[in-house]
Design a protein around this ligand. Structure first.
Ligand code: SF4
Length: 346
């Protein structure tokens, strides 16, 4: 049986071409799967009964099933372990922000980038997710929100869960286009943010796609020696090349690039690093998002004191680098990516 979930209306129409169906059938099937929560063809009541029967014999609708979940005490953050038909499972997070519902989706099961502060990489990478599997995460949460209240939906999305999205390039770009399609989620590209550890060639490739998604680059250190220690990918794509690619992306798309900077106590939060960071980003269409680390006890990576965090933020601000400090959400449910999945693997 072939899976239709993950195909857009046009692709469904093309897939069913030999059935000589009117063009609008593809759109109807897409709307049922992505907007009306249909789990089977039998539910698609505006399709002729004979067609529903024929579809059920040759095609299936493979969604994600929820294997585990955690909810923060304040009810604002929820984390789901969503599984696919081969047993693979990934984490997806919902954050109810003041500006709307934001989700964080995974693009690979695990990750092999090896960032020292990240739980997703501890068991390496199992496999890339298909576009339909990334979409299934977003649709799972969209349907949950709809059940809660009519009109409620996913408003913004970050592609920042487990995995390096630009190492699963084709599936991720296909997923972004699907989310944007009217008969799927109808989400504006500006409401989508792709987060990368800095896969330079694919940043250039992405900026030529004509899909102006926001770009977020994990920096975490302002010099090559420290960055290579924290993020091994820096040995392949060093800092200067990453910043150059980020700058080109900003200029081409007109979108401000965000540099993520996890603050680690007495590792990258000193005056020297603050100065270097300012020098690196001065005059660029860029902002810095500071994230006090979720401590990784095994690696002796600790969160800086509130005073050190505030000092770092003020330093950047005083030197005209737009800066935000990520508000901590869901710390009580171990919101750092990979931890719920790891718990279910052991
Ligand atoms: S931070 Fe992102 S790129 Fe780095 S290991 Fe974790 S999931 Fe992979």
């Amino acid at each position: 049986m072939k899976n239709l979930f993950g195909m857009g209306a046009g692709e469904i129409t093309a897939e069913l071409l030999q059935w000589n169906l009117p063009g609008y059938r593809g759109k109807q099937i897409a709307e049922w799967m992505y907007q009306k929560g249909a789990m089977s063809f039998a539910e698609m009541t505006n399709l002729p009964e004979k067609l529903r029967g024929a579809l059920s014999k040759e095609y299936e609708i493979l969604r994600a099933d929820c294997r585990d979940s955690q909810f923060s005490a304040d009810g604002k953050t929820a984390k789901f372990l969503l599984g696919f038909s081969d047993g693979t499972a990934v984490e997806t997070v919902l954050m109810r922000q003041s500006y709307g519902n934001s989700i964080c989706v995974s693009t690979q099961a695990g990750c092999n980038m090896g960032c020292v502060f990240c739980a997703s990489t501890l068991h390496g990478m199992a496999r890339n997710l298909l576009a339909g599997e990334i979409l299934a995460q977003a649709i799972h949460i969209q349907e949950m929100l709809r059940r809660e209240a009519a009109g409620q939906k996913v408003d913004t999305m970050v592609i920042m869960g487990s995995g390096e999205p630009l190492m699963n390039y084709e599936n991720v770009v296909r997923f972004l286009r699907l989310c944007h399609a009217d008969d799927v989620m109808g989400m504006g590209y500006r409401n989508m943010t792709i987060s990368t550890s800095g896969i330079v060639p694919n940043i250039y490739r992405l900026m030529e796609e004509g899909i102006p998604v926001s770009l977020s680059i994990s920096l975490h250190a302002p010099d090559d020696a420290l960055r290579s220690r924290l993020m091994p990918i820096n040995r392949k794509y060093p800092l200067a090349d990453v910043i150059k690619a980020g700058t080109a992306y900003g200029e081409k798309t007109g979108r401000r690039v965000t540099y993520e900077y996890i603050l680690i106590d007495h590792v990258n939060d000193g005056e020297e690093q603050a100065e270097e960071l300012v020098a690196l980003l001065r005059g660029k269409l860029a902002s810095v998002n500071l994230i006090p680390i979720n401590p990784v006890v095994e690696r002796n990576l600790n969160r800086p004191s509130k005073q050190r965090v505030e000092w770092f933020e003020k330093y950047l601000f005083a030197h005209h680098i737009p800066v935000t400090l990520r508000r901590e959400m869901g710390a009580d449910i171990q919101a750092a990516c990979g931890q719920l999945r790891n718990k279910n693997m052991t």
